[in-house]
Write a protein that binds this ligand. Structure first.
Ligand code: ZN
Length: 170
């Protein structure tokens, strides 16, 4: 459930920035390197959810104008994940069952972390599914394998949370 994300983004010309800092050699000297940053916002109505954010990342890539480089996409919360896998509902159901076996939400009193909160399982689920993913950018496109898609994994939802998209390249 992607909400309209903020307009807060930046494009930095590293060539110009580094000349201002007085760098004279190496990659700092230029090649027209750019840096782009944007935050995506989510507020899923359930405790757990998987959201395909590939179109959001592709929109960031178009906005950046970067044709060759790397994009980093990371959850900005310690109870959510960003990962790459298949956009197949059966698999997502299987993930949910598997994660719930590894770290059941209840009984919440089984976790020492759950003092004044109930999300210890969400911290563990996020650790298994990962904090971030990185994708190569080639010729202005995400350089994916055939079935690869980018997902936001929510494990303690029903509140606003953020994902960072950082693109470096030229
Ligand atoms: Zn917690």
């Amino acid at each position: 459930m992607t909400l309209p994300y903020s307009d807060k983004f930046t494009i930095v010309d590293l060539n110009k920035a580094n000349h201002q800092k007085g760098f004279e050699h190496g990659i700092e000297k230029g090649f027209g390197m750019k840096s782009f940053r944007k935050e995506l916002s989510f507020n899923v109505p359930t405790r757990r959810a998987f959201v395909n954010i590939t179109p959001d990342v592709e929109a960031c890539l178009r906005e950046s104008g970067i044709k060759e480089g790397i994009v980093l996409i990371n959850a900005m919360h310690i109870t959510a994940s960003v990962f790459i896998n298949d956009d197949e509902s059966g698999l997502h159901h299987d993930y949910d069952i598997w994660l719930e076996k590894l770290a059941p939400h209840e009984p919440v009193s089984n976790y020492r972390h759950n003092v004044g909160e109930d999300n210890a399982d969400a911290h563990m689920k996020r650790q298994i599914m990962g904090r971030e993913t990185v994708v190569a950018i080639t010729d202005g496109r995400l350089d994916f394998g055939t079935w690869e898609q980018i997902f936001y994994g929510e494990f303690d939802g029903r509140r606003r949370k953020r994902v960072l998209v950082k693109i470096i390249g030229a």
